[in-house]
Ligand binder design. Structure first.
Ligand SMILES: NC(=O)c1ccc[n+]([C@@H]2O[C@H](COP(=O)([O-])OP(=O)(O)OC[C@H]3O[C@@H](n4cnc5c(N)ncnc54)[C@H](OP(=O)(O)O)[C@@H]3O)[C@@H](O)[C@H]2O)c1
Length: 232
């Protein structure tokens, strides 16, 4: 099988770094959009991938940037096989303290980013013949427990619904669409924010990355429209 080209939005983040590393280990050419130069440099130094990693300045909530990125993928990489939609954010507040801005920000970062990136990349993925999309939802959006973080949970609920709708729509083009829905991920940021938490219940970035590699590989050809909860 020819090498895959994969696009990992949020590839500079806590989960993203592990996903980029795992896809590179499979032999993929990996493209990562970035918005903060320090994070771009940290990823490049961490994974040390040489020419297999392409870093592109692009805000994935901006459709013009996404269209330009799709153009570059078509011209320079010859297309796109895998889209991992990892960009996302978190906010926590009681309902009465949740502002309209909180709501809009969660919807933009968590839901619109998935919608906009998938819309921009869908033609390339359809041409691939083995197109795959994996989104990142969150466990409370699937099995409850989202009290105190309603804007976040609602935006991740939109990712769950988007995953199923996109699987229906893109299935005719041979593109599969699935989502992972982690509980708390064992990232450096979470360790710093919750130093006394019981981390045995968390899921590691590497465990999620390993599932993403499988979901975007040949063995998952007929797996689509699923949301896999990870963590306890
Ligand atoms: N952490 C958890 O416990 C947890 C649990 C369940 C689900 N999730 C989900 O898992 C995903 C990854 O989480 P994480 O903990 O790895 O988050 P993270 O470390 O904050 O990573 C998010 C990444 O997205 C990038 N990003 C943000 N806005 C962007 C934009 N507009 N355009 C391009 N890139 C942008 C960030 O770049 P910069 O760093 O440069 O700003 C960062 O690299 C998210 O969707 C999150 O909601 C996380």
């Amino acid at each position: 099988m020819a090498r895959r080209t994969s696009l990992v939005t949020g590839g500079t983040g806590g989960l993203g770094t592990a996903v980029v590393r795992a896809l590179l280990a499979r032999g993929d050419r990996v493209w990562v959009p970035w918005i903060v130069a320090d994070e771009r440099d940290r990823l490049a130094a961490t994974v040390d991938a040489g020419s297999a990693l392409t870093l592109v300045e692009a805000d994935v909530t901006d459709p013009r940037r996404l269209d330009a990125l799709a153009g570059r993928l078509g011209d320079e990489a010859g297309g796109l096989d895998v889209l991992c939609n990892l960009v996302g954010g978190f906010t926590m507040a009681p309902l009465g303290d949740t502002t309209d801005d909180d709501w809009e920000r969660m919807m933009a970062l968590n839901a619109r980013s998935v919608f906009a990136a998938t819309r921009a990349m869908a033609p390339l993925l359809a041409s691939s013949g083995r197109g795959r999309v994996v989104n990142v939802a969150a466990a409370p959006a699937v099995h409850g427990g989202g009290g105190g973080m309603v804007a976040y949970t609602a935006s991740k609920g939109a990712v769950v619904a988007l995953t199923r709708a996109l699987a229906d729509e893109l299935g005719d083009d041979g593109v599969s669409v699935n989502a992972v829905a982690p509980t708390t991920i064992d990232t450096g940021a979470n360790r710093r924010a919750m130093p006394d938490a019981d981390r045995s219940r968390w899921v590691t970035p590497e465990e999620i990355a390993s599932l993403l590699v499988w979901l975007t590989g040949d063995d998952a050809r007929v797996v689509t429209g699923n949301v896999v909860v990870l963590g306890r």
